[in-house]
Design a protein around this ligand. Structure first.
Ligand code: SF4
Length: 318
């Protein structure tokens, strides 16, 4: 690990100012992804700003009847919150399908959104990777790409986003609240928070330098039946090949977001509108512009079958 300096701050404004003040500084909270990346010299911050003491660790009702989740609420605490389990089952299920119990005890809401891809070439510093070293090339294109994106990818990067939680949040139309060093706050719809790779795959979110996530807000409970089905190579502690977050109402309408297929949680409102017509129609919309590789073309029919499985479960539940 490369040497770095460290400070502990006690307020969100102080945190944002501290990162702006030192070039190469980064926030750290649970550290479950960042510290691994630092040990591998993939992330080399010169200065770490520890935000664990700034508060933001509560889950509160909003005036609109939703929930505001502090940025530092641990994934385990969020998944077991009675209000989340009752009203936002898709989120609770997505959370418990991610990582391991130990990791969920440390990982935070904001950190989960900001975790980096698990593309194996991103982690291999001997290989070209546009996300790790912009302009160096993409080893996955033409390499082994079973885990990679089938839609929304570019000629520069075909990585997927690894978060399960973010897929649940996308189905719920959550918003991300931030503050910057000047004290300016911002509300970012989750649909606009993560970026597609384009020509700059190293720029993964719409956050600006020094902008700190303060909370994630869920709108009023959407009702309906909630599902999160994750298909992976082994039963636990593995990233999704395909995951389906769905909320299905009694009349057959609803929402579907996919994980494991793109650089961000993948949802299209036009695909939601196809839900009453079944999985084939939904998948046709979601994958209309798919560009799978020879290794991961299986993800398109796998996603359709997983959506079908969820819709069958919804029908059986009545
Ligand atoms: Fe890097 Fe993206 Fe290519 Fe993976 S897919 S090697 S993360 S540029």
């Amino acid at each position: 690990m490369k040497a770095f300096s460290y400070e502990r701050v006690t307020s969100p404004a102080q945190a944002a100012a501290a990162v702006i003040a030192r070039p190469g500084a980064k926030f750290v909270a649970g550290g479950t992804n960042l510290l691994d990346l630092m040990k591998l010299h993939i992330e080399t911050p010169l200065h770490l700003v520890d935000i664990n003491a700034i508060g933001l660790d509560r889950i509160e009702r909003t005036a609109e009847g939703g929930l505001r989740i502090g940025a530092l609420v641990r994934n385990a605490d969020l998944a077991t919150d009675a209000r989340v389990r009752r009203d936002y089952g898709v989120l609770a299920r997505a959370l418990v399908s991610g990582a391991s119990g130990q990791l969920r005890n440390m990982a935070t809401t904001a950190g989960n959104l900001l975790q980096r891809t698990r593309c194996p070439y991103f982690y291999d510093t001997d290989m070209p990777c546009n996300k790790r070293a912009p302009g160096s090339g993409c080893s996955a294109i033409g390499g082994y790409s079973r885990q990679h994106a089938v839609v929304g990818s570019s000629d520069a990067c075909i990585a997927t986003h690894p978060s399960d939680m973010a897929v649940g949040l996308r189905a719920l139309d959550a918003t991300v609240e931030t503050v910057n060093a000047a004290g300016r706050t911002r509300v970012i719809p989750i649909a606009e928070f993560h970026r597609l790779p384009g020509t700059t795959p190293h720029v993964e979110t719409t956050l600006e330098l020094g902008e700190l996530i303060t909370s994630v807000t869920l709108p009023r409970p959407p009702g309906g039946r909630h599902f999160y089905q994750k298909v992976r190579d082994r039963a636990s502690y593995a990233f999704a090949l395909v995951s389906v977050a769905a909320i299905v109402q009694r009349d057959g309408s609803g929402r579907v977001a996919l994980g494991g297929v793109a650089h961000k949680p993948w949802r299209m409102e036009a695909a939601d509108a196809e839900l009453p017509r079944g999985a084939k129609a939904v998948a046709a919309r979601l994958f209309a512009d798919a560009r799978p590789t020879e290794h991961n073309a299986f993800k398109v029919p796998l996603a359709q079958r997983t959506i079908d499985s969820v819709l069958n479960e919804a029908r059986r539940a009545g």
